[in-house]
Design a protein around this ligand. Structure first.
Ligand code: HAM
Length: 446
């Protein structure tokens, strides 16, 4: 039986057209990262499974990771995320390098997920992380970077928003006023993470089942209804007890308020929103957590997610070095750009000039001219073989180069050739030796 031509479930073949879109997306991400002085890095696509067991969380390990035993009996995983890898790399060198470390990467990752809109099994994920920044400043910069990346695709606050919360704040609510045990806390975290995907009454029923206490349920429901910094302040005034109230507030709540006011001062007020239901599914986050959400009602999904982690280096026996970062998948990003008509047209190759020749004697002249122009950064495609008019027109129709030049013996001996601008339909007579003129014309009309 013949083999299937389709790629493995949830993965994609990238034909040149898809590759052009991917390159466009990656180039914007890299461009903005470089503007913020982030440096590129990469790691291996296989890691020991234990790296993810340590801190990535149950869902990733139990349901999503692709793992196998290698020939040397090691438990190996195909990377499902980049954060453990970057932490492992930073753990090797952080003592010797200047801090903060600002790094970015665009790895392909694999997760065993049900393929659906915005979710696949193999996807590329832009990662930006900053390690060892002074308290709070890394958070501001990483969120600013996330906004700028979205803006580089033409998106603005009408298209997306950044929903922000803090694990410290949530931890405090769970262990402070609600006094929950560790197991219940874990269950509530999971439930909040799914809040937006379930009906409100089901959510409430599950909350009461977990807390098993009407007062705790009321406090919890009050917490999930908070929607601004002012709300938070009032909530804490009402629930903070005892002499340590101010200390607890300063430690768990104040940093989030400072982050909001700093982002507002940077003009990002309309991009950010406090959202008590953002807790993130990964175990290593310890402080600020955030997700970028599409605002379009028909595409309400996360485009990116991230947060701060204080103790990730500890799994390598290193002193704590705080980091914050985020991951942005090209799959949900593409859906987002499609939804808001922000995708560029990448259906065509974007060739400056097609050079053809109508007789074999002109072949070497055509080849020489093509190379001379390429030396001047003109993108030239050479049409092979004697060009027949009908064929060459159907070819240019498909490839749509900006200019075409069909050399003939007669033209070469008269030293003047015709450069056709296929977009404007203009014909320009140019001397064959006047390469500078050709370059000027082609570059001038880009
Ligand atoms: P995450 O929330 O698991 O976080 O993934 C971040 C983003 O990756 C998602 O918002 C989505 O854009 C994309 N993504 C995740 N799963 C898929 C999938 N199956 N198909 C397509 N895209 C997907 C992390 O991975 C953290 N390690 C991010 C991070 C970096 N935190 C700190 N630094």
């Amino acid at each position: 039986m013949a083999l299937s031509k389709s790629p493995y479930k949830g993965t994609r073949d990238f034909f040149p057209e898809q590759m052009r879109l991917r390159n466009y997306i990656f180039s914007k991400m890299a461009e903005v990262s470089e503007l913020f002085a982030y440096e590129p890095y990469d790691g291996p696509m296989l890691e020991e499974l234990d790296l993810y067991r340590a801190k990535s969380g149950e869902e990733l390990i139990n349901d999503q990771v692709y793992n196998f035993i290698d020939r040397g009996d090691r438990e190996v995983a195909i990377r499902p995320e980049m954060t453990p890898t970057v932490a492992r790399m930073v753990a090797q060198i952080h003592r010797e390098v200047a801090k903060p470390l600002r790094w970015y990467a665009i790895p392909n990752l694999m997760r065993y997920e049900k393929p659906q809109k915005g979710r696949l099994r193999e996807f590329w994920q832009y990662n930006a992380d900053i390690f060892g920044a002074p308290e709070g400043l890394g958070d501001v910069e990483i969120i600013q970077l996330a906004v700028e990346i979205m803006k580089s695709f033409g998106a603005n606050n009408e298209h997306f928003e950044i929903l922000i919360n803090s694990r410290k704040l949530v931890d405090y609510v769970f262990t402070g006023p609600i006094h929950l045990e560790h197991e219940m806390t874990k269950k509530l975290y999971k439930l909040i993470d799914k809040k937006n995907k379930m009906p409100a009454d089901k959510f409430s029923a599950e909350v009461s089942e977990i807390t098993n206490d009407p007062i705790k349920t009321i406090i919890f429901e009050k917490y999930v209804a908070l929607s601004s910094m002012k709300d938070i302040e009032i909530f804490f005034e009402e629930t903070l007890e005892g002499t340590h109230g101010e200390e607890i507030f300063n430690k768990n709540v104040k940093p989030l308020m400072t982050l909001f006011s700093q982002l507002e001062a940077l003009g990002l007020k309309d991009y950010i929103k406090f959202d008590p239901s953002i807790v993130r599914g990964l175990d290593y986050y310890t402080d600020v957590v955030f997700e970028i959400f599409d605002k379009h009602p028909e595409n309400r999904r996360a485009i990116a997610g991230g947060g701060a982690y204080a103790n990730l280096l500890a799994i390598f026996g290193e002193q704590p070095l705080g980091g914050i970062g985020f991951g942005m998948g090209e799959v949900p990003l593409t859906e987002f750009l499609k939804t808001h008509a922000l995708l560029p047209d990448t259906s065509k190759q974007n060739i400056d000039l097609l050079i053809a020749y109508s007789d074999n004697e002109s072949e070497s002249t055509a080849m020489e001219l093509a190379q001379t122009l390429r030396n001047h950064k003109i993108k030239v495609e050479l049409y092979f073989g004697e060009a027949k008019t009908k064929k060459i027109f159907s070819y240019t129709d498909k490839k749509q180069p900006h200019f075409a030049l069909i050399l003939t013996k007669e033209e070469i001996s008269s030293t003047e050739v015709v450069l056709r601008n296929l977009k404007t339909k203009e014909l320009h007579k140019v001397k064959l030796i006047d390469v500078d003129k050709m370059i000027e014309m082609i570059k001038g009309s880009r």
